[in-house]
Design a protein around this ligand. Structure first.
Ligand code: TXA
Ligand code: MG
Length: 351
């Protein structure tokens, strides 16, 4: 494995590797991806082995632009075109009925495929040079914290991939919004930087949230989208909808701000090593506590979230205490990730 600067030569080499069925780590604006030629089932199979990901979990196919859609999707509703025009390149994945040619290993054998055009100059240069779809999940081992730098990818999968293109830290920092347009009602399967209101403004109707109801106008974060997988067996599967995901190995607890300091000090007094991810509460300067304050602004908080969790996980504390978040829509994607991180935390990795 090598982390390489994304020179034209490195991009050309990455294209050669993809054509040869190898895996390439690539930056996107959301998180780093683990890429393979989406039309090559053997290459895509290597992604599952490298990540330790269950074989029935479908992958997102990254495209150079919306013009490539007809090769992958058998039906492209007007709403998909409107959303692609509005948000691509960008952090929105559309679930559409698949073309027959798309390998089963990409779609998890489902009748749909997830598609997006990432907003990152290195990803776009690679996709344009490759001139086809790159299947890429987040470049972490299954269930663990998504990588937002090339170094994170190397830590997660360095021994398992041919090359990592270094595109610097990801600007958004959390995974794309996933919108299912394959059925009558548009439905958000995973919240992200593009919210319900952004989508409604383009298509003129409000998507449902998976596991929730049609959100109200205005404050629409309330029905926290599915902490458990929805029971609808016809619904597409989303691995990010497992209750436990995005998880550090240190147990992670969400604590209301008014109890944060007391809880931290109590645990430290019992001899525990305590890390704190605060939002508004500034560092009290207690030498027993490792205290990070991520700040009150959701875009910046999302940008730093996974790097902060990784840094706190690395100090091998007994607990990570996270200051709980507002219930407004601009925090819903972060609330979703932290809720799943809390459920999956503290387990040792077996893959
Ligand atoms: O921002 C992102 O989306 C990042 C970057 C690399 O593009 N990718 C990412 O991939 O988060 P991954 O594999 O970690 O998560 C993709 C999610 C999974 O939860 C998967 O189940 C869902 O997309 N997905 C993919 N195809 C689907 C389909 N046909 N139906 C339903 N869900 C699908
Ligand atoms: Mg992932």
């Amino acid at each position: 494995m090598s982390i390489v600067s994304p020179t034209p030569e490195a991009i050309a080499r990455a294209v050669e590797l993809l054509r040869a069925g190898e895996l390439v780590g690539l930056p996107t604006e959301t998180v780093y991806g683990l890429g393979a030629d989406a039309m090559d089932p053997v290459a895509v199979g290597r992604i599952f082995t490298a990540k330790g990901r269950p074989a029935d979990h479908p992958l997102i196919v990254h495209l150079p632009d919306a013009e490539h859609l007809p090769r992958w999707a058998s039906r492209i509703p007007k709403e998909a075109i409107a959303l692609a025009n509005a948000f691509w390149p960008g952090p929105l994945t559309l679930i559409l009925p698949r073309e027959d040619e798309v390998p089963d290993v990409v779609t998890g054998g489902q009748a749909t495929v997830g598609l997006r055009v990432p907003d990152h100059p290195v990803a776009l240069a690679l996709l344009k040079a490759f001139d086809s779809g790159i299947a890429a999940p987040s470049a972490n081992r299954f269930g663990r914290i998504s990588p937002t730098t090339a170094d994170h990818v190397a830590q997660e999968l360095g021994d398992r991939i041919a090359m990592i293109l270094d595109g610097g830290p990801c600007t958004v920092g959390i995974e794309s919004t996933i919108l299912d347009l394959s059925r009558d009602e548009p439905e958000i399967l995973r919240p992200g930087a593009i919210g319900v209101d952004d989508i409604a403004a383009v298509i003129g109707r409000r998507p449902r949230l998976r596991g929730g109801q049609v959100p109200d106008t205005g404050n629409n974060a309330a029905p926290s989208p599915d902490v458990a997988p929805a029971g609808d067996s016809a619904a597409p599967r989303v691995s990010g909808s497992l209750a436990a995901h995005y998880a550090p190995t240190t147990p992670l607890l969400l604590i209301a701000v008014e109890h944060l300091f007391d809880e931290a000090v109590t645990l430290a007094g019992e001899g525990s090593r305590v890390a704190v991810l605060a939002r508004t509460a500034s560092d009290p300067g207690d030498p027993r506590l490792t205290w990070l304050c991520a700040g009150p602004q959701p875009t910046a908080y999302a940008h730093d979230l996974y790097a902060n969790l990784r840094a706190l996980d690395a100090i091998a504390a007994d607990f990570i205490l996270v200051e709980s978040l507002p219930t407004t829509p601009d925090w819903s994607a972060i609330t979703d990730r932290l809720g799943r991180a809390a459920v999956g935390s503290g387990e040792t990795d077996e893959t």
